[in-house]
Design a protein around this ligand. Sequence first.
Ligand SMILES: Nc1nc2c(ncn2[C@@H]2O[C@H](COP(=O)(O)OP(=O)(O)OP(=O)(O)O)[C@@H](O)[C@H]2O)c(=O)[nH]1
Ligand SMILES: [Mg+2]
Length: 440
Amino acid sequence: MGLKNFFENIFKKDEVKEEDIQKIDEEVIEDEEKLEEDILSSEIDEVSPEKIEESKNTDNNNSFKEILDVKEKNINIQEDFKESFKSDNETQDIQINSQDSIEDKQQLQEDENKEEVSETLENEGTVAVEQEKKGLFARLKEGLKKTSNSFTSKFDNLFKGYIKIDDELYEEIEEILITSDISFETTIKIVENLKSNIKKKNINDINLVKPELKEVVSELLRDNNSKLDVYDEQSIIIIVGVNGVGKTTTIGKLASKFKKEGKSVLLAAGDTFRAAAEEQLEIWSKRADVDIVRHKESGSDPSAVIFDAMQKAKSKNIDILICDTAGRLHNKVNLMNELGKIMRTVNKEYPDAKKEILLVIDATTGQNALNQVKTFNEAVNLTGVILTKLDGTAKGGVVLSIIDEYKIPIKFIGVGEKVDDLQEFDYNNFVEALFDNSKE
Ligand SMILES: Nc1nc2c(ncn2[C@@H]2O[C@H](COP(=O)(O)OP(=O)(O)OP(=O)(O)O)[C@@H](O)[C@H]2O)c(=O)[nH]1
Ligand SMILES: [Mg+2]
């Protein structure tokens, strides 16, 4: 093979390489061509025509040796190119990889963004829930203001005048509790528990008595289960209570709460005694956007109305049926008999439904409310109590006795006339609001 062929071959090979180079990305080609040019020009310099001419003048062996050297060098160049391709491919790989990694990064960023967004939403949700909680607590505090002002100011004045924890102090505490509409039995229990805790903890500081009292009251309410058993199966709630305590209003508030929670709700106008009671419930049903069953003719049998409502609830798969009842009949015995009949009808016609029999009592009646709990519980086996109008009274202490003496849970408390003023009873919040005498 002549030198000419030899060099043609080398350049041919290089052209092949160039074709390959063109396959890759433009930027890489430019770099490659530049690199190629540099290398080739340096080689061509080394095997310049002069050198070739010179080699012709030397002996064949020398010439052959030189050619071999050149060949070897060109092979090395080719190897370099291969390496360079390889590294270019690697570069490409790296670029692809880095492209991948950019995409990965973008994906990661997107994911992170998504996470951030959902975290933000979650946080916003949490914030909303927190705000809701705060709002509820503020409303509870506002509603309980009269009770807590009277309760805490009495205690604050008492503790200001004492430096020692003695029997006289405990007697004064007793008196404050009784005048806060807490029954005698419950008062005695609270004071006994307070004494025992103070002794156990070896408390001598008068300033620690109030926090300890708060702890004792909290302990007393701890077992109260405010959850209604109406969420898992079809349920019926029967609302009972003397006249004017807030039964119908409470039904309206409950209907609207359940509706907001996505439940289907039906109301039964079971107070057929008081004039316009059914119309009043109908107004609430419209406000809450739920159906109502009422009899056209007034004075019909409440059990018959509730019977019809149960049939409808069953056929329409209603989640929660809420029944209003009369607060006053010709006399108390009549009222209790009528409630008994309603309960028998419910148990017979709707045996599988979860039942809540809730007594509504008016907190402004103070300890009188305890008699109502007793009487109604004997007639219909109450499952819970709803205490209304806490906002208008300083007699909120009655909550403690209902829970302590009757072991009947307080499910809700009413702290105003608006739909949202019916709050699930939360003993923690209640105790906080009761002992909180901050002004805001
Ligand atoms: N301030 C305040 N008022 C309330 C609350 N709950 C109900 N009321 C008011 O109490 C009054 C009587 O409410 P109703 O719902 O008609 O009472 P009821 O028990 O159905 O009365 P009868 O049907 O006559 O037996 C209404 O003016 C209500 O707005 C509450 O939590 N706070
Ligand atoms: Mg009513």
